[in-house]
Design a binder for this molecule. Sequence first.
Ligand code: DX5
Ligand code: ZN
Length: 216
Amino acid sequence: MSHLIAPSILSADFANLQRDVEMINNSDADWIHVDIMDGMFVPNISLGFPVIKAIKKHAKKPLDVHLMIMDPDRYLQNFKDAGADILTVHWEACPHLHRTIQAIKALGMKAGVAVNPHTPSNLLSEIIADIDLVCVMSVNPGFGGQKFIEHTYNKISTINEMIGATKSKALIEIDGGVDMNNYKRLIDMGAEVLVAGNTVFSSADPMQAIADLKKI
Ligand code: DX5
Ligand code: ZN
């Protein structure tokens, strides 16, 4: 499988959201990454259901919704109704992660688990076979435009081995600080989905930046 690119809407121009969603529609991007922050799990607040619905109205690609919120079980149905296709929760925010994953799948969405940079990869061992996506945070979540944490490369290897050993179908997604200098190494190491916010939207030509990230 060729790797997928998921531009992060967090770095889009929120006053021109339709324009930026259409840019993604017309680009080589595969998914649209939507970051949800609650001001508790992470020290920032991003956007909520009306904005997700507005994005969905124009999006021609799956919405990859990344929940950086405490106790996401309260809102799974709302995210489904708003248009999420892939719903990712944080390992650190879910005391009953297995139940949460089953609930996401029962609602007809793909289920992902995200891990913070300090969270050991082996904590995924008992859930990896049940999920569709592992989101490896390569920055501390909360903000776009941060510096990539180099230790992420080791985590990709460990998680890749775990996926092989458990015959899991989970895709490995890298979120944070992905740029033109590191994306090839990430793919070489086993990353299958690359989230890119700043690299796409701060580029003079975002469509070309997406096309460049697709090149191997
Ligand atoms: C960070 C978010 C990321 C962010 C990535 O908390 O989860 O998805 O938008 O942005 P860049 O690519 O700019 O690091
Ligand atoms: Zn994200």
